[in-house]
Write a protein that binds this ligand. Structure first.
Ligand code: GYE
Length: 364
């Protein structure tokens, strides 16, 4: 069971050496010995994709992007597995993909750690693994071929710098910002980076961070956590939600408690910050319920495909592929923020006041 990439490379070498075609004929003797899964004469690329789950609007958009890209019409056979936010399900899915001798494994890992064993198995089976969205922390980086995703730490830093600039413009003293952090799935890259961005802001600017609790990136848990935080603390004026769905739940909890979300914290309003910029998230920015939403782009299908096509062509690909992302806000108080990304590069990022036209023009 030679992996597809290798046979493509061998084919190119044979073409160069003997000027004969490769893979087009139905009785290609050169590769008849081991008979790959779906080889034959077809050019179909079989991909096993282990998706985290369906916990958020972002995730749904991400799954759709992958399914639209790796379609039959586009020449792919996609085996899609929804792990329901459980790592053990992802490990089982990867083992099934290996047994099925897929050409590539795509993995959107729920958390960063715990992948060494199963990725070693994929490696031993010569199946390239492409990590999408969140990252993996493995003892040997050779265990995956490449990664495509978001810079969550940069996202967190953008949000923190926005909050500092907003508070400064409004004349709010740092110690008067009483923040709760509704975290994402603990141990996921998105949680680790966004939490760190906030914590750095707390350290740098002296905000009052009241509590940190996971909302598991879901609306239901976001609401539950916010309900209990509102009972514990009567002075919360900033909620830092690590994704839009948690923000939707938190807003429901705040409103159910008879409070209002918005920008006037001196009048008792609670200011909501979020991540993802999903359609519903940006709609809440437009109506002032979320004041700042940091973009996290879920449309990884075409990006993953470009990497696979490069590998098919025998090209080298970058190990880490970060996606560029924006910042949207309810108003124009803050025009831009300066933040350092995960590669230690400082950049200035514009903050775009949201409009209905912008929302209508977006792909997700
Ligand atoms: O922000 C959240 C999703 O890993 C970047 O996971 C992703 C995050 C995204 O559930 O909505």
């Amino acid at each position: 069971m030679k992996k597809r990439l290798l046979s493509v490379l061998l084919c190119s070498a044979m073409v160069a050496a003997m000027a004969v075609g490769c893979g087009g004929g139905s009785s290609d003797s050169g590769s008849s010995d081991e008979g790959g899964s779906d080889s034959g004469s077809s050019d179909v690329i079989t991909i096993g994709f282990s998706q985290v789950g369906a916990e958020s609007d972002w995730r749904t958009a991400n799954s759709e992007s992958m399914q639209d890209t790796f379609s039959e019409e586009n020449g792919y056979n996609l085996i899609f597995d929804d792990a329901q936010q459980k790592q053990e399900n992802q490990i089982t899915a990867i083992r099934n993909f290996i047994n099925q001798e897929v050409d590539y494994i795509l993995l959107a890992p729920v958390t960063e750690t715990g992948w060494d064993t199963v990725l070693q198995e994929a490696y031993d089976a010569d199946i390239p693994v492409i990590i999408v969205d969140r990252m993996v922390e493995v003892s040997n980086d050779d265990l995956y071929t490449t990664w495509i995703g978001t810079d969550s730490l940069l996202e967190g830093r953008k949000a923190a710098e926005w909050l500092n600039a907003y508070a400064t413009a409004k004349g709010w003293a740092p110690e008067d910002l009483h923040i709760v952090d509704i975290q994402g799935t603990i141990g996921s890259t998105a949680q680790i980076g966004r939490t760190q961005g906030l914590e750095e802001g707390v350290e740098k600017y002296g905000w009052d961070l009241l509590a940190q609790q996971t909302g598991e990136f879901t609306q239901a848990k976001g609401q539950e956590v916010m309900e209990s935080l509102l009972k514990q603390y009567d002075n919360i004026n900033v909620v830092y939600c690590e994704n839009d769905n948690e923000a939707f739940g938190a807003i429901d909890a705040i409103e159910a408690a008879g409070k209002t979300v918005g920008t006037d914290i001196e009048a008792g309003e609670i200011l909501v910050i979020s991540f993802d910029t999903t359609n519903a998230g940006l709609t809440d920015v437009l109506n002032g319920k979320i004041v700042c939403d940091v973009e996290c782009n879920p449309l990884h299908g075409p990006r993953a495909e470009a990497l696979i096509q490069a590998l098919e062509n025998g090209e080298e690909v970058e190990k880490l592929n970060y996606v560029d992302e924006e910042i949207f806000a309810f108003d124009n108080t803050v025009e831009s923020v300066t933040a350092v990304n995960s590669l230690d590069e400082e950049g200035e990022y514009a903050v775009t006041p949201i409009t209905q036209e912008i929302i209508d023009g977006r792909a997700y």
